[in-house]
Design a protein around this ligand. Structure first.
Ligand SMILES: [Zn+2]
Length: 368
């Protein structure tokens, strides 16, 4: 199945702040909208009684929408909104300003409008009701992975896993980058242990370097590891630019959405056994269903990623001449100095060193 790969050029202005402001007022959508379908007002025959996609089924809210007992719409917040946003992004409907943030604001509404306009006879109302969720459901069918996920990666295993749901990544996102493979790549980070700086180097499985338009992968990854890495780095490539400078927010967003994807598609998650992180899994179980554990994600990112600051919008940039202080970049781009908090990690991006870095030819990668 080909994804529509449509990119919305429409930028919605309002967001979470306007949600709060408008909470007591009714919301009127764009003037072009058709009359809204009320919950329970209309139903249509459908061959299936339940959602089919692993991305949607087993979720009470999605099932209620499917049965026309609920809608997901402007003003909604939470993990179901985030998951709908993620599926729209995976189909090539970009959310350029806010990304998959779990807040159904006007950008998400406009993106749902774009999806509906491409899928007649859906009613174009910017709400995810039963007909729209069924259309989304059809794009992410259940499929069986036959490749051995623990084997060394191959082009065949990548395409077998990525193409059914993520042809947009294979055909539209990755070709926009120069793709590299490397044997190793060390980022020599320093961690403040409360009284001194200690070495805490990072050896990433993969990276996304927007400044150089590069995406890279360690060459010895398993099939499971490379598809996770591909999704994670391609996700970065589609994140809002505002997130790029803020390590904690950027990585939490990428880890949460990638972990959700790996749960849905049925493969192992992002934490491997060789990880030195205290965090052993980014998932928890509720009623037998795996869910992304956002607190574990936060802890993992804080422990592994230089630059993660707990203060919103800030990034720890570097050590200062005074070895006991750090230089911090504020959300507005300005800098200040302060004492480090125990556990904070400073990245040394000037000194990165690859071994055996070579370009990977993906011209033959195709989902046809
Ligand atoms: Zn990342």
């Amino acid at each position: 199945m080909k994804s529509p790969a449509r990119t919305s050029k429409t930028r919605a202005k309002t967001h979470s702040s306007d949600l709060n402001k408008n909470q007591s007022e009714p919301f009127f959508g764009p003037a072009t909208l058709q009359p809204k379908l009320e919950i329970g007002q209309q139903d249509e025959p459908h061959e299936s009684k339940t959602l089919k996609s692993p991305r949607l089924k087993n979720n009470k809210r999605f099932q209620a929408v499917f049965e026309n007992k609920s809608v997901i719409e402007y003003g909604d917040q939470g993990s179901e909104v985030r998951r709908i946003q993620q599926m729209l992004i995976d189909l090539g409907y970009s959310l350029p300003e806010y990304g998959a943030d779990g807040i159904f604001g006007s950008e998400t509404e406009q993106t749902v409008v774009n999806f509906q306009a491409d899928h007649p006879p859906l009613i174009i109302d910017g709400r995810v009701g039963f007909a729209t969720i069924r259309a989304i459901d059809d794009y992410f069918p259940n499929f069986e992975i036959t490749a051995d996920l623990s084997d060394d990666w191959s082009v065949d295993c990548v395409l077998e896993i990525m193409c059914p749901w993520n042809s947009h990544i294979v055909e539209n996102i990755l070709p926009g980058f120069t793709i590299y493979m490397y044997d190793d790549f060390e980022i020599p980070q320093k961690e403040w242990n409360g009284s001194e700086w200690i070495d805490n180097p990072m050896h990433p499985r993969a990276y996304h370097w927007p400044g150089n338009n590069e995406i890279g992968f360690r060459s010895n990854l398993s099939c499971n590891e490379i598809v996770i890495a591909l999704y994670h780095e391609a996700w970065h490539a589609q994140q809002p630019p505002e997130l790029i400078e803020v390590t904690l927010d950027r990585e939490m967003n990428a880890f949460i959405n990638t972990e959700q994807w790996s749960i849905d598609i049925g493969i192992s998650g992002q934490i491997d056994e060789s990880s030195s992180s205290d965090v052993t899994s980014l998932r928890s179980e509720t009623d037998g269903q795996a869910e992304v554990d956002e607190e574990q994600v936060r802890q993992h990112v804080r422990q592994r990623y230089g630059g993660a600051s707990e203060r919103s919008g800030e990034r720890i940039h570097s050590k200062t001449e005074d070895k006991n202080k750090v230089r911090v970049r504020r959300a507005d781009g300005s800098f200040y100095e302060r004492y480090p908090v125990e556990g904070e990690i400073v990245p040394f991006f000037d000194e990165v060193d690859f071994t055996e870095k070579k370009e990977l030819d993906i011209d033959e990668w195709s989902c046809d």
